[in-house]
Write a protein that binds this ligand. Structure first.
Ligand code: E4P
Length: 217
């Protein structure tokens, strides 16, 4: 399973990348705005900076919602770096844009996926990734993991190469459950990745080993 970090914060991207387990980055307009990135030039420069840190797929989301505008914006984003993945919302014009970019060999990530039907349409249109949002489904008391299972089954039934990129991942159990189901990628903030490291028995065991190692010197 691939690990992407879901942030536009360069420091956190560097920290995750330094761990040696990072395969890519996802961003969205809210995450970019949180870092104070505004204006065309600053946006493009920020994506360049991310591409300089991480050697992997970097999702850059279009801000427009009409077919023509998404094509123009996506083409500009795709020119930044070969690792840029054009992130497109699951709307009617978005499906058409996915097909356009897929035909041109430009990678895409279809975002805001909340149903198996949406994922199926995006796969049919040739999306590289679909992003089902787990945490936001949990927030409205819906079984988000069941959605991942459904999408996995459908993609396997028809051998779709579209990858399931589990998004809106809030904690380490989301990551473990996605791995059990067979999501291709999880994207999440740095904290849930770091919390995979932690176990109280590891901490107490190491403390004891350090203590005992003093007797060996
Ligand atoms: C996915 O690509 C989104 O950027 C992200 O995972 C949304 O997460 P949130 O629901 O925690 O905002």
């Amino acid at each position: 399973m691939k690990f992407f970090i879901d942030t536009a914060n360069l420091e956190q991207i560097r920290e995750a990348n330094d761990l040696g387990i990072l395969d890519g980055v996802t961003t969205n307009p809210s995450l970019m705005a949180k870092e104070g990135i505004s204006g065309n030039e600053a946006i493009l420069q920020h994506y360049k900076d991310i591409c300089d840190i991480v050697d992997g797929d970097i999702s850059a989301e279009v801000l427009s919602t009409t077919y023509e505008e998404m094509i123009a914006e996506g083409e500009t984003l795709a020119k930044i770096h070969p690792n840029i993945v054009v992130k497109i919302p699951m709307i009617k014009d978005g499906v058409k844009a996915l097909k356009y970019f897929s035909d041109k060999g430009i990678k895409t990530n279809c975002t805001l996926i909340f149903s198996a039907g949406q994922a199926l349409l995006a796969a049919k249109a040739g999306a590289t990734y679909v992003s089902p949002f787990l945490g936001r489904l949990d927030d409205i008391s819906t079984d988000s993991l069941n959605l991942i299972e459904e999408i996995r089954l459908i993609f396997d039934n028809y051998d779709y190469s579209t990858q399931i990129l589990a998004a809106s991942v809030r904690h380490s159990m989301h990551i473990i459950n996605c791995a059990k189901i067979g999501a291709d990628v999880v994207t999440c903030p740095l904290q849930p990745i770091l919390s995979l490291l932690k176990h109280p028995l590891t901490d107490s065991g190491l403390e004891q080993f350090i203590k005992d190692s003093q007797k060996m010197i």
